[in-house]
Ligand binder design. Structure first.
Ligand SMILES: NC(=O)c1ccc[n+]([C@@H]2O[C@H](COP(=O)([O-])OP(=O)(O)OC[C@H]3O[C@@H](n4cnc5c(N)ncnc54)[C@H](O)[C@@H]3O)[C@@H](O)[C@H]2O)c1
Length: 325
């Protein structure tokens, strides 16, 4: 990242107080000794992030306030992370997701474009994708991500260039125990496994019970995703003929919940009590194919995105915030 002059770029992050946002802000802060500006309504935020960003507690759909923040700070680049983030929650609360993850997103994109933002990075999800194609039977979470992708592609032009990053599943915490996932409004698998083992509760694992197969997910360590966010914000020669680029972001780490459970049991030296339930038809079994050449991809090769590293760092973090979870 040597040739960056980020400070002249005037960057805004949304969701800077969330999980991925806090790590992105931390990385920026560590490198430039400056806090990123953030817009986050704190509906699902991580109080540890306060140290690393200057957050406006504002909703992304608040036209008057968002416009004022962008214009007063001469914002030209946005890393847009603010949204609700749980596939399973969206299956139960589809309207709730529609409002926040579709309607408000479009409104925010329009405000950003009208206010002179030049480069816009959108955090989409690999959950829209399965085996070389867009999945046909999408959850509301994934459906709205895809709709926002299409909306952004339509809005993109030479003055409003768009990068869409489809993240894989993200997990892990900092080794030093300073930051980790603190969104307790949703269930994320590593935390759920930890919690049920420690509290001796029943852990529900979703599977194709007849065939005894478990959905596989691709995982990245959150620090690797924070790095990608800043790297792509800075990349100059990214747009070839179009004014948008879309990337599937993947790692070599493919895991089922069952494998995560086994790893956690080993580390915690305690067995979980599990109950198998059938998977919702809208969930993917295999997220993507290794031979996929149709979509640009960013392959993360990193010693951070390993099961062991994610497990150990998570465990340290969960023990630290144990009273909250
Ligand atoms: N965590 C993952 O595994 C994962 C995987 C794929 C994609 N993503 C995407 O990455 C982005 C960040 O995910 P995360 O894990 O950090 O989520 P998070 O829930 O931890 O953080 C999201 C932040 O956005 C804020 N927010 C939500 N709606 C808002 C609104 N209307 N106005 C202002 N702020 C709002 C919340 O308060 C929260 O702090 C999301 O867009 C998510 O869909 C995450």
């Amino acid at each position: 990242m040597a040739n960056i002059n980020f400070r002249k770029s005037n960057i805004l992050i949304t969701g800077g107080m969330g999980y991925v946002g806090s790590f992105t802000c931390y990385r920026y802060f560590k490198q430039f000794k400056e806090k990123l500006l953030s817009i986050d309504n704190n509906s699902r935020s991580n109080k540890s992030s306060k140290k690393f960003c200057n957050n406006f507690k504002v909703d992304i759909s608040n036209e008057k306030k968002v416009k004022k923040i962008i214009l007063e700070n001469n914002i030209k680049n946005i890393i847009h992370l603010a949204s609700y983030t749980c596939v399973r929650e969206s299956l139960r609360k589809s309207n709730f997701y529609k409002k926040n993850n579709l309607i408000k997103q479009k409104k925010f994109i329009n405000i950003a474009k009208k206010s002179g933002v030049k480069k816009f990075i959108f955090s989409s999800s690999m959950s829209v994708y399965e085996k070389n194609k867009i999945k046909s039977n999408l959850s509301p979470y994934s459906k709205f991500k895809l709709e926002v992708e299409k909306f952004l592609v339509k809005k993109s032009d030479k003055d409003f260039q768009v990068i869409i990053l489809r993240y894989p599943n993200i997990s892990g915490a900092q080794k030093n125990g300073l930051l980790g996932d603190r969104n307790h409004k949703i269930t994320r698998i590593f935390k759920t496994i930890f919690k049920t083992i420690i509290k001796n509760k029943i852990l529900i694992i979703y599977a194709n019970i007849k065939k005894k197969i478990y959905p596989i997910r691709n995982y990245a360590h959150v620090e690797d995703i924070a790095k990608i966010n800043l790297k792509y914000l800075n990349k100059k020669k990214i747009f070839k003929k179009k004014n948008f680029e879309l990337f599937n972001v993947t790692t070599n780490l493919n895991l089922s919940n069952h494998e995560i459970l086994s790893g956690m049991e080993k580390l915690m030296k305690k067995k979980a009590r599990i109950l198998l339930k059938p998977v919702d038809k809208r969930e993917n079994f295999y997220p993507f194919s290794k031979n996929d050449k149709k979509v640009n991809s960013i392959k993360i090769i990193s010693n951070k995105s390993t099961l062991n590293n994610i497990l150990i760092s998570n465990l340290k973090w969960f023990k630290k915030i144990f009273k909250e979870i």
